[in-house]
Design a protein around this ligand. Structure first.
Ligand code: SUG
Length: 421
């Protein structure tokens, strides 16, 4: 149980980009991933960009954790499918996918102040809509079971049964006066029938809320605007981001925005809702620039900042909005553009790369918490072992498979996490 004096803070767990990061074009509906299908990727640069982001955020005084890449190629998957790289290139690409890097899809997290038993509840996402992502949850669960092993503070649930798609924190927002205070949790689901799959199912969202022991009066369910899904934003975190009492979203993020905003204000009276109108920025530009996939964070001085992708900084409409936000004396005081281009080319921005957990860091397995020395160790392993480039045509190559498995094992060793090898 949480004691009242425990410092609950937001910890961002970033997914370390794995050595098989590649552009195989597996994510139908993800416009960036499809646009880059077949391109040569740069796994080492991708991982170094992720490490630089963690280092940057640590430097801001934020708490930083990480999750390791999952074992790839996934031999168990290939065996279960009786697949061979000569005859089954798509199954091979699935088995090699480094998609667990987008840790926002790893799980849904309800911090202790929101739950009936005052423990932090976590449900690993089943990610069933996309085959390359549906293989993640068993290994993700294994990792979360280590990182959040202290059952006095954490409850790790099974994933939602696979009949119902669950994409984790990407379709979940929390609003509260402060991270350590009770808040409301907002689950955003999609409706089927559009041009692209709606990956988050309402049934899954409702199941997670019930399992986490949330107070029904403090839970909201809202439907994503089908226009947003059709424009490539099946994950709500591409069109909306919340931090403490602030919500920043695109005008076309939700089917019934006014009703949602009313419900939020009724429960969080201090809520500040900033809506970017479609006339100022089209959905297409929001998704191209990933403005809303910025990490919105509270800095140690209590002000808020956006860790935004370079693509948003260099988009004229997004930049105009960012400048207006900062100049406007509102809650967001600073913007930090960062380079996560390798991830962005697969449709994953700064916020996709991290899973937020509000907890006392002392209750987390310290092996998953970053400091500058540990980031240097990770960087050394990546620099030495991660492939410089990877052509999707090389997936399935047995020598390369040995190299990338050894690369991941070296990382596990360096972090004293050999049990994940
Ligand atoms: O699931 N891309 C991921 C991007 C996830 C973004 N996450 C959030 N918005 N939270 C996806 O579509 C591309 C993989 C490939 O094509 O190989 C991919 O899976």
């Amino acid at each position: 149980m949480c004691r009242a004096d425990m410092p609950l803070i937001e910890i961002n767990f970033d997914g370390i980009v794995g050595p098989t990061h590649n552009y195989a074009g597996l994510s139908f509906g993800n416009l960036a991933a499809i646009a880059h299908a077949g391109a040569v990727s740069h796994p080492r640069a991708a991982a170094l960009q992720g490490i630089a982001k963690m280092r940057h955020n640590l430097g801001l005084g934020l708490a930083q954790g990480f999750l390791l890449p999952l074992p790839r190629p996934n031999a168990g998957f290939l065996k279960a499918m009786a697949a061979s790289s000569e005859t089954d290139p798509t199954l091979t690409a699935i088995a090699w996918s480094a998609s667990a890097m987008w840790a926002a899809n790893a799980a849904t997290v309800s911090p202790a102040p929101d739950t009936a038993d005052r423990r932090c509840h976590v449900t690993p996402a089943n990610l069933v809509t996309m085959p390359h992502r549906a293989q993640e949850w068993p290994d993700t669960t294994r990792q979360l079971a280590l990182a959040l092993a202290d059952s006095r503070h954490f409850v790790l649930h099974d994933s939602v049964p696979p009949s119902f798609g669950d994409e984790g924190a990407a379709n979940h927002m929390r609003m509260c006066p402060r991270h350590d205070a009770g808040g409301i949790e907002i689950f955003i689901y999609g409706r089927h029938g559009g041009k692209f799959p709606a990956r988050q199912h309402e049934e899954a969202s409702r199941a997670v809320a019930r399992r986490h022991g949330l107070d029904p009066a403090r839970v909201l369910f809202a439907e994503q605007n089908p226009q947003a899904i059709a424009a490539g934003a099946f994950h709500n975190d591409v069109v909306a981001v919340a931090n403490e009492h602030v919500l920043l979203c695109h005008e076309l993020a939700f089917v019934e925005p006014d009703a949602l905003f009313r419900e939020i204000r009724a429960r969080v009276p201090e809520a500040e809702i900033i809506v970017v109108p479609n006339s100022a920025m089209s959905l297409a530009e929001a998704i191209r620039s990933y403005l809303f996939n910025a990490q919105m964070v509270t800095l140690p001085d209590g002000t808020m900042a956006l860790i935004a992708p370079d693509e948003a900084w260099s988009s004229a409409p997004a930049r105009c909005w960012l400048d207006t936000l900062v100049a406007g004396n509102g809650p967001i005081r600073r913007v930090f553009p960062i380079d996560v281009r390798q991830s962005m080319a697969n449709g994953g921005g700064p916020a996709c790369l991290r899973l937020r957990v509000v907890a006392d860091p002392a209750t987390i397995d310290p092996r998953f918490l970053a400091d500058s020395g540990k980031l240097e160790r990770i960087e050394a392993v990546v620099t030495h072992h991660w492939p410089e480039s990877l052509d999707p045509a090389e997936l399935g190559n047995p020598a390369l498979a040995r190299d990338v498995l050894a690369a991941r094992a070296a990382l596990c060793d360096a972090l004293d996490l050999a049990e994940l090898t």
